[in-house]
Write a new protein. Structure first.
Length: 393
């Protein structure tokens, strides 16, 4: 089950019947997650549940260590109000992102805070190498947090749809990459970790992290763009991620854009880290250096600035395409890059968008995403926790 399943979407009305106890508990947890610590009276008002029902649910969630009590707040009349908050150690989950150039595992707490991250880079993803990394990195993260294993509720997996395609772009051996086509990644990760798995498209996972842990409270309808090895996207409408029938909604990578020579090319060819790697290669540098530079890309500034200008131009076209199809309030831009580079790129997209013919398009914001380069593995880690405890936000 994923965050975008109908069974946990658009369910904001509570009910007092005992048969809907689990739904009501999810509703209470979701309200606290969205608004922060809150007294039971305010939870009852927000949820539409009776005060007694909320009181019973809170006692039950406290007993399960999912909620903690804050300091009592004295009012002018009546008993002091006691705010309830999510217990960070109520449950933990792991998130695995399998990319075309790197893999990452993140340990997340119940409030969505990152407790640790492990990553690795490669020229292309070999199944045996990825599984070895998953096993070793998850063990390392859990060893760093005594008792964490007992709190785990699962591991989410984010990876590109059809990861075996675009072989020439990553210079990968066809046989090794096509092995992914028939590979049951969920079963293999379960065997490697002993955990229940939850699979989602990588860009959709990143979009989920932005919705729940980033700027999702600021906008009801927004598009999301994430630049990894390739470019991907996501779409949020009415506060819910729209993943589509193949979990590849708003993918963006294959979007046709002008190629500058009278024809078209796919967006991923001109707006992606793959495109940046190509420029690095032209200057005589190893493109895999990009994965090892961390948060300081200043040594390749001579390549970064032209890449930002080109990428920003094409992303602006993508933004116009999105806005012409869906009535959105904002486009969020994030990626596997330092925050300062993403900020410069976002500003370039905004400036380039303003130069386009925008006749007939409504205004919307172009914002930098708030989660950052770990958005895909963080979004993956959200999946197990939200599947078990929360409604869609």
């Amino acid at each position: 089950m994923t965050l975008t399943d109908p069974s946990i979407r658009d369910v904001w009305g509570g009910a007092n019947q005992s048969g809907l106890r689990d739904q009501n508990a999810r509703l209470v947890l979701s309200i606290i997650r969205r608004h922060g610590e809150m007294a039971s009276a305010e939870i009852a008002r927000q949820s539409g549940l009776s005060a007694q029902t909320v009181s019973n649910i809170i006692r039950s969630l406290e007993a399960e260590n999912l909620l903690t009590r804050g300091e009592a707040v004295k009012g002018k009349v009546g008993k002091p109000s006691v705010p309830m908050a999510l217990n960070p150690l109520g449950a933990l989950s792991l998130g695995l992102n399998i990319g075309r150039r790197s893999a990452e595992v993140t340990l997340l707490d119940f409030k969505g805070e990152q407790l640790g991250v492990r990553s690795t880079s490669y020229a292309f993803p070999l199944i045996e190498d990825v599984l070895g990394f998953v096993k070793s990195s998850s063990q390392s993260l859990l060893k760093s947090r005594p008792g964490a294993r007992d709190l785990l509720v699962g591991i989410g997996i984010s990876m590109p749809n059809r990861i075996w395609e675009w072989l020439e772009a990553v210079d990968a051996p066809a046989e090794a990459m096509r092995a992914w086509q028939s590979f049951d990644v969920e079963a293999a990760v379960t065997e490697a970790t002993g955990l229940e798995t939850f699979l989602e498209n990588d860009a959709t996972s990143a979009c989920i992290s932005e919705l729940l842990l980033g700027r999702g409270d600021e906008f009801t309808d927004f598009a999301y763009i994430f630049l990894g090895a390739f470019v991907g996207g996501g779409l949020v409408l009415n506060g819910n991620v729209v993943s589509g029938r193949s979990r590849n909604g708003a993918a963006l990578g294959p979007l046709p854009v002008p190629d500058g020579a009278g024809g078209t090319t796919q967006l991923l060819n001109v707006s992606s880290l793959y495109a940046l790697e190509t420029e690095l290669r032209r200057t005589g540098r190893d493109p895999l250096e990009l994965r090892e530079m961390g948060d300081d890309w200043s040594t390749i500034e001579n390549v970064i600035q032209p890449w930002i200008e080109t990428t920003g131009h094409y992303l602006a076209i993508a933004c116009a395409a999105l806005a012409s199809i869906v009535d959105i309030e904002a486009v969020m831009i994030d990626g596997a890059m330092p925050a300062d580079v993403c900020a410069r790129l976002t500003e370039t997209v905004r400036a380039s968008y303003s130069t386009l013919d925008l006749t007939g398009l409504e205004d919307f914001d172009i914002r930098q995403g708030a989660v950052g380069r770990q958005a895909r593995s963080v979004g993956a880690a959200i999946l197990p926790i939200h599947s078990k405890y929360f409604l869609s936000a």
